[in-house]
Design a protein around this ligand. Structure first.
Ligand SMILES: *Cc1c(COP(=O)(O)O)cnc(C)c1O
Length: 352
C-alpha cells in the first residue's frame, strides 16, 4: 500500500529557506495560528494525574462533549484524533474485497484507512464546483459498498455538504460518514443533531483545528446506537490520553476567548480571499473552513509552492489529477497574509 503523505517536515522547509524554524510561516496543515486557549497550558502545567490510566469509558470527557455538541453522551465516542475514528469505522465495516466511496478530491485518510483493511476505494468525483455528484455516488454503489465518506466543509475545496445531497446519500442505505473537522469555521449548523433520526449517519468532529489542539489528538463522533456498539468493542481502551481530556475541559471553560480567535480567522479568511483574488491568474474558491483552495491559472502551482517555500511560507500542493494546478493555503495571522501576498506578487514579477 502507499503510505500516507503527511505535510513536509517544517524544520526542513525552514532550513532550505535559510530560516530558523520559528520564522517559518506554516500555512500547509490548517493549524490554528492563535494556538490553544491559555487555560490549556495552565491546566496541563497543574495537572497531577499523569500517573493514572485514562477512563476507558470516557465518562467525564463524553459529558463535557455532550454539553458542547448538544447531543446525548450515550451517542458519543472520542478517539486519538478523528483519524482514529475513521480507522475504527473501517476496521469494523471492511473486509478485503469490500468497497468504500470517496467524493474526490478530498481528505486522504479515508483512502488510507480503507485500503489498509483491504477494501477498494471507488471515487465519485465532485462536480465542477466541488459539490457532491449524487449520481456518481449512486452509480459507484455495489453490493460490497459499506461506507461513503464526505468531509463538510470538504478538505481541500472548502465547501459544505448540502441537505439535499446528504439525504440522497443516506437513502443509499450505506453508512455515511460526514467529517465535520472544520464545521466551527463555517458559521453553519452541524449535522450532529440529525444522527438521532438516521441509523446510517455518523458525524465526526475534532478539537484539532478550531480549538488549536492538533498536537494533543482529540476527535469524537456522534454515532447511531448500532454502530457505536461495535466501535466500543474494538476501541483501544486508552488511546485518548488524560492531557487531551484536561485540554478539552480547559478549552470548553474558555469558549468566549477561543471563539474570538475563531472569529478572527473567519474575518482574515475574507480579507485573504479578497487580496488573493486581486492577483492576476489566481482563482480563489470560496471557503467555509480555515483554508482556501487557489487555482493557479497562469504559471505552475508546483512552481509557486516551491517559490513560497524558498520565502519561508509552507503551503500544500497535490498529486491528484484535478488538483495539479492548485494549492491549498491555510488562513494564518494577518501578517502571514501580508507576507504571502507580497511573495506571490514577487513570484509574478519574476515571471512566475
Ligand atoms: C485535519 C482533518 C482531520 C483530522 O482530524 P484529527 O482530529 O486531527 O485526526 C479530519 N478530517 C479532515 C477533513 C481534516 O482535514
Amino acid at each position: 500500500m502507499a503510505p500516507y503523505a503527511p505535510p513536509e517536515d517544517p524544520e526542513a522547509i525552514a532550513a532550505s529557506a535559510g530560516l530558523p524554524r520559528e520564522a517559518l510561516i506554516k500555512l500547509d496543515a490548517n493549524e490554528n495560528p492563535y494556538g490553544a486557549s491559555p487555560l490549556v497550558r495552565a491546566a496541563l502545567a497543574d495537572f497531577a494525574g499523569y500517573h493514572l490510566y485514562p477512563d476507558p469509558d470516557q465518562r467525564a470527557l463524553r459529558a463535557l462533549l455532550a454539553r458542547y455538541v448538544g447531543v446525548d453522551a450515550g451517542r458519543l465516542l472520542a478517539g486519538n484524533g478523528s483519524d482514529e475514528l475513521i480507522d475504527l469505522l473501517c476496521r469494523i465495516y471492511l473486509e478485503p474485497g469490500d468497497e468504500v466511496i470517496d467524493c474526490t478530491p478530498t481528505f486522504g485518510m479515508y483512502r488510507f484507512s480503507a485500503e489498509f483493511c483491504g477494501a477498494q476505494v471507488l471515487e465519485a468525483p465532485r462536480t465542477s464546483d466541488w459539490s457532491i455528484d449524487v449520481d456518481a455516488v449512486r452509480s459507484a454503489l455495489t453490493r460490497r459498498t459499506k461506507l461513503v465518506f464526505v468531509a463538510s466543509p470538504n478538505n481541500p475545496s472548502g465547501n459544505l455538504l448540502d441537505e439535499r445531497a446528504l439525504i440522497a446519500l443516506l437513502d443509499t442505505g450505506r453508512i455515511v460518514v460526514v467529517d465535520e473537522a472544520y464545521i466551527e469555521f463555517s458559521e453553519r449548523e452541524s449535522w450532529c443533531g440529525r444522527v438521532d433520526g438516521h441509523s446510517n449517519l455518523v458525524v465526526l468532529r475534532t478539537f484539532s483545528k478550531w480549538a488549536g489542539l492538533a498536537g494533543l489528538r482529540l476527535g469524537y463522533g456522534v454515532f447511531p446506537a448500532d454502530v457505536l456498539r461495535h466501535l466500543w468493542k474494538v476501541k483501544p481502551p486508552f488511546s485518548v490520553n488524560l492531557a487531551a481530556v484536561a485540554a478539552v475541559r480547559a478549552t470548553l471553560s474558555d469558549l468566549p476567548s477561543v471563539e474570538s480567535s475563531l472569529r478572527r480567522i473567519v474575518e482574515e479568511r475574507a480579507r485573504m480571499a479578497a487580496e488573493l483574488a486581486e492577483i492576476d491568474g489566481l482563482r480563489v474558491w470560496p471557503s467555509c473552513a480555515n483554508f482556501m483552495l487557489v487555482e493557479v491559472e497562469r504559471g505552475l502551482a508546483s512552481d509557486l509552492k516551491e517559490f513560497l517555500a524558498s520565502r519561508g511560507i509552507a503551503v500544500r500542493a497535490y498529486g491528484h489529477p484535478r488538483l495539479r494546478g492548485a494549492i491549498r493555503i491555510s488562513v494564518g495571522l494577518p501578517e502571514h497574509t501580508d507576507a504571502l501576498v507580497r511573495a506571490i506578487l514577487d513570484w509574478r514579477a519574476r515571471g512566475g
